[in-house]
Design a protein around this ligand. Structure first.
Ligand SMILES: Nc1ncnc2c1ncn2[C@@H]1O[C@H](COP(=O)(O)OP(=O)(O)O)[C@@H](O)[C@H]1O
Ligand SMILES: [Mg+2]
Length: 270
């Protein structure tokens, strides 16, 4: 299968970025990253540590501005938009290091996620209390359903900080899902979790795809990439080195030298 086939036809791209750069203290963490994310598929963003993957996700989600380059969601130019505006277009992200609100309960962590809550407006609180109440009740119902799906229902009243590392990863994904995303960016959603949970999270991501959510995930575990990802983007030294299906990339000497060789060596020596 060619790269074009693994991405789909050009009118199906949900996210396009071109020539993104970002320097920290003069060091270019991202140095011309250019790629497209096909709608309705699961795309992996892979590459060595320090390749700039998290920085790219920070830029795409509006957590950070780029120094140059452009980002489009569909046909909308969202270059350097703030994250709240990008979220309105349906893009949500999770963090490599879980960022749960530790003092809030698991349920409350989900209730802060939905967009456009009428209770955010003082006018609504005073003039439309029944609307505020109704939407709050609907959100609680939805949140409890999501917690059930992700196996966190029994922990709904626990403080988020009391969760294990794996449970915090599930909470990150649940919070992303609560915002009803069309495009979900996951930064290493399976890092540091046990093999059984890796399998479960992989299943959840496939379920999201089946529901029409597009996923872009940073992932180091190539078995996972092989199993669930349709399309792969390889980033090295802040640049897009190659894109395509993992099986094709394994045959690409540049990719093997920059990344896959390192991973294969690491797995044979561990
Ligand atoms: N906020 C920051 N300040 C300074 N340097 C940073 C910052 N974020 C990332 N970097 C540097 O940018 C490079 C790319 O980092 P990162 O995007 O986290 O890579 P990856 O996620 O691929 O491991 C690394 O050299 C990292 O040290
Ligand atoms: Mg990272």
């Amino acid at each position: 299968m060619t790269d074009q086939e693994s991405r789909g036809s050009s009118d199906e791209m949900i996210l396009t970025c071109e020539g993104l750069t970002k320097a920290f203290l003069g060091v270019k963490a991202v140095n011309g990253a250019t790629f497209e994310v096909p709608k309705g598929k699961i795309t992996a963003l892979i590459g060595p540590n320090g390749a700039g993957k998290t920085t790219v996700v920070n830029i795409l989600s509006g957590a950070m501005t780029s120094d140059s380059g452009t980002t489009h969601i569909g046909s909308t130019d969202v270059t350097n938009w703030p994250s709240y505006k990008i979220a309105r277009l349906g893009l949500m992200r999770t963090f490599q290091l879980s960022r749960e609100l530790g003092d809030l309960t698991v349920l409350e962590n989900l209730l802060v996620a939905p967009k456009h809550q009428p209770g955010e407006s003082l006018v609504n609180i005073f003039l439309r209390p029944s609307l505020v109440k109704r939407v709050e009740c609907e959100n609680v119902e939805r949140a409890l359903g999501i917690l059930q799906t992700y196996g966190l229902y029994d922990l709904r009243d626990n403080r988020a900080r009391e969760l294990s590392g794996g449970q915090k990863k599930l909470l990150e994904i649940s919070r992303g899902v609560m915002a009803s995303p069309t495009l979900l960016l996951l930064d290493e959603p399976m890092a540091g979790v046990n093999p059984a949970l890796i399998e479960r999270i992989g299943g959840y991501i496939l379920d999201l795809k089946a529901q029409g959510v597009t996923v872009l995930m940073i992932e180091h575990n190539l078995n996972v990439v092989e199993k669930i990802c349709d399309h792969v983007i390889v980033l090295a030294e802040g640049k897009t080195l190659a894109t395509g299906r993992l099986s094709d990339l394994r045959a690409n000497p540049e990719v093997v030298t920059a990344y896959l060789g390192e991973v294969i060596n690491a797995s044979t020596h561990s």
